[in-house]
Design a protein around this ligand. Sequence first.
Ligand SMILES: [Zn+2]
Length: 318
Amino acid sequence: MIVDAHTHLLDRGHWPNEWWQWVAEDWASRSPDRTPAAIRDRIEDGLIDPDGTRMIANMDAAGVDLSVVLPIDWGPGFTGTQSIEQVVHHALTLAERHRDRLIPFAGIDPRRHDAEALVETWIGDGAKGLKLYPSCGWDPGSSAARAVYTVAEAHRLPVLFHTGDPLPVLDRARSAPQLLDEVARDYPHMPIWLGHAGAPRWWDEALALATAHENVRLEMSVWIWDDSDTTQQELFLAKVAEALRALGPERILFGTDHVSGSRVRAPGFLSTVTDFYRELPQHLLRHGVRLDDSELADVMGRNALRDLGLDRSDRCGA
Ligand SMILES: [Zn+2]
């Protein structure tokens, strides 16, 4: 059972004006004959996958059984998105349609006055975890955030925090894994998935946090990419080897940051990254670490299923 612990499945209006403006200006700066205004309205078409058809096709091609879908709540600092209720509803609806393939999380900005009630509602509607993105402008140690963790922990839901460099329009300082030290200590029954495990600048901090707290997992997306060269591959492998030595195989999660829109990731992205993970046992020998088939199965899916409470569910077979 292969579970991709980090994917995005978008529809129109999920990401804000400020993001599109940034992308348009970035692209225009590299092609002087085009203006941001001319580019801007066409970009979103390449990011969205409204009914999840592309996501499922990519998963089939890569042999990925289940994908964790992570809606983002951009919060009050951004404009032009659908309501967070609509954005989360999209994930819940597609997961209902593709029952054995998609695992819906809910995104929430804890500054929303009804954050806890929204989370409770979404859990009742099928959300299996939370995706939290403090870089959108909130403090992961705040009392509002703690109220959300209390709900998650009561339901034993895993919480994926974005850690490491955020999207360019967001506040990097709030994505430092070390900000989660007290959270990990105070919510010991809430599995904390460190999304991207601090990539690219906070690996040591992410590993230290996971070493200090048994409820912390390293979700490894972004460290390895479909076009990673040999040097980058070896750096990724060295990190996996280091994590295996420090934590064992049960605290590491396969994740890709796959986005299924037609023009976000290169064709074959998911297959290439997934295949590299499948080959971890051979590659890790170069780094002096043995990973047997059962341990690889932990990393590729069993760890995520355990945190999701799906390891014994008939929904996922064995
Ligand atoms: Zn992501």
